[in-house]
Design a protein around this ligand. Structure first.
Ligand SMILES: CC(C)[C@H](C(=O)O)[C@@H](O)C(=O)O
Ligand code: SF4
Length: 465
């Protein structure tokens, strides 16, 4: 019987497998950031052991960093402490750090791919749930907890049960104004935020194949928002073209050898998945969320589903979510005013996202009632945007181009959305308080966010592009 892509990569990394026990899986790349690494470093220190493979470990500061005046000392005390600890720990344990001020600094899931660290066939982990992003290259990439971070530091391995696999196929052509973010928000609205629990999801089908690497990263990034362990897409020419020539990509003969191997990384025709879902790209509208988990999404012209239509056991939490958001049953969101627009996060802060926004807003101005924050995913994205004059377009539109970091994706730094305010956000989570206490988040694509910034309210991008 053939193998799935996950099985092929998994089997190539098993150090030891024994009936009745978890597998010992070798980890090629360990990414770390300031939030989930301090206790793991402490653990090593207590045991008097080093980081086993420091050259396969890469650190960056992203969650706690300010996104204005990064050259100045960090104001928030806890944030400063976290970032200082990372500097100290990486120095002590000999791990490369792309910290504040470094030209490679950025959100961990943005810098891995852009530096060519993320490659097909690898196993990659990080103490961060959105590590699934790297699966877009045909890698097994997943988030781990702090105790596992310590395990990987110490051994470059993890003890793991082989995961179940799900295939999600999206076939057909996307309508104008509909992109990768809409695909994934649509999928999660159908599966619910728990529909992928326990699975590694392989995304396939013509609509997925036609996506750029940036788009594929957006989809895999949010695979965990349907509860999945991770998401991945078989590598193809689009993948190889993206990786080639990047800083840490193989070069010369090693490149040819790598591509020969990468071309074997796909699910065999007769591979068995534990579950298969199919969607039609033509059914997907620009999406927006109305609730407090990413599964609570609707097509932009649809109405918010009624509480009574929900399973009885879920009605109280559904009602609570609508109350939190200040929305009602059957309400339509088009025309609803917006206070903040946040374009950023590891879901949508890559150069392609910024280009999409810039080409839409060129020559337009933001509405007076909105504040617009654009936060590039990395120093390299920021530099590229400036090189292309995208920063000028934003400035003329009244948008602020900030410096790289997680920013208002989560209120762990200085960038918070004030209580009660509505924010259209290109990030991946709309949980209560996620962007600041009592802030109201509506997840959408960069294009829908840009259109809202100009109109000052929610609009259907199909009518304006
Ligand atoms: C802080 C970190 C552990 C967390 C995660 O794992 O995802 C964060 O990145 C998030 O998006 O909520
Ligand atoms: S940008 Fe948001 S989702 Fe991504 S790693 Fe940072 S906090 Fe997590």
């Amino acid at each position: 019987m053939g193998k799935t892509l996950v099985e092929k990569i998994w089997d190539a990394h098993v150090v030891k497998s024994q009936e009745g026990f978890p597998d010992i899986l070798y980890i090629d790349t360990h990414l770390i950031h300031e939030v989930t690494s301090p206790q793991a470093f402490d653990g090593l220190r207590k045991r008097g052991i080093p980081v086993f493979r420091p050259n396969q470990t890469v650190a960056t500061a992203d969650h706690n960093v300010p996104t204005l005046n990064q050259h100045l000392p960090i104001q928030e005390e806890l944030s400063r402490y976290q970032v200082d600890m990372l500097t100290k720990n990486t120095k002590e344990f000999g791990v490369e750090l792309y910290g504040l001020g470094h030209p490679y600094q950025g959100i961990v899931h943005v810098i891995g791919p852009e530096l060519g660290i993320t490659q097909p066939g690898k196993t990659m982990v990080c103490g961060d749930s959105h590590t699934s992003t790297h699966g877009a290259f045909g890698a097994i990439a997943f988030g781990i907890g702090t105790s596992q971070v310590e395990q990987v530091f110490a051994t470059q391995c993890l003890l793991l049960q082989k995961p179940k696999t799900m295939k999600i196929e999206v076939n057909g052509e996307l309508a104008k104004g509909v992109g990768a973010k809409d695909i994934v928000l649509y999928i999660i609205s159908k599966t619910t935020a728990a529909g992928g629990t326990g699975y590694f999801v392989e995304f396939a089908g013509s609509a997925i194949r036609s996506l750029s690497m940036e788009g594929r990263m957006t989809v895999c990034n949010m695979s965990i928002e349907m509860g999945a362990r991770g998401g991945l897409i078989a590598p193809d020419q689009t993948t190889f073209d993206y990786v080639q020539g990047r800083e840490f990509a193989p070069k010369g003969e090693a490149w040819d050898k790598a591509v020969d191997y990468w071309k074997t990384l796909y699910s065999d025709e007769d591979a068995q998945f534990d579950a298969v879902l199919q969607f039609d790209a033509a059914d997907i509208q620009p999406m927006i969320t109305y609730g407090t988990n990413p599964g609570m999404g609707i097509g932009i012209s649809d109405a918010i589903p009624a509480t009574a239509a929900q399973p009885e056991s879920e009605q109280p939490s559904y009602e609570k979510a609508l109350n939190y958001m200040g929305f009602q049953d059957n309400q339509k969101l088009i025309g609803h005013p917006v206070d903040y627009v946040f374009i950023g996060s590891c879901t949508n802060s890559r150069i392609e996202d910024l280009r999409t926004v810039a080409s839409f807003v060129k020559g337009k101005k933001k509405a007076d009632n909105v504040e617009v924050w654009i936060v590039p995913g990395s120093k390299q994205v920021e530099a590229q945007a400036k090189e292309e004059g995208i920063d000028k377009i934003f400035e003329e539109a009244g948008f602020i181009l900030r410096e790289p970091g997680c920013s208002a994706c989560l209120g762990m730094n200085e960038d918070k959305i004030p209580a009660g305010k509505y924010c259209i956000s290109t990030s991946n989570r709309n949980f209560e308080g996620r962007q600041g206490p009592n802030a109201r988040t509506m997840l959408a694509s960069p294009l829908t966010a840009a259109a809202a910034a100009v109109a000052g309210k929610i609009v259907d991008v199909r009518e304006v592009v």
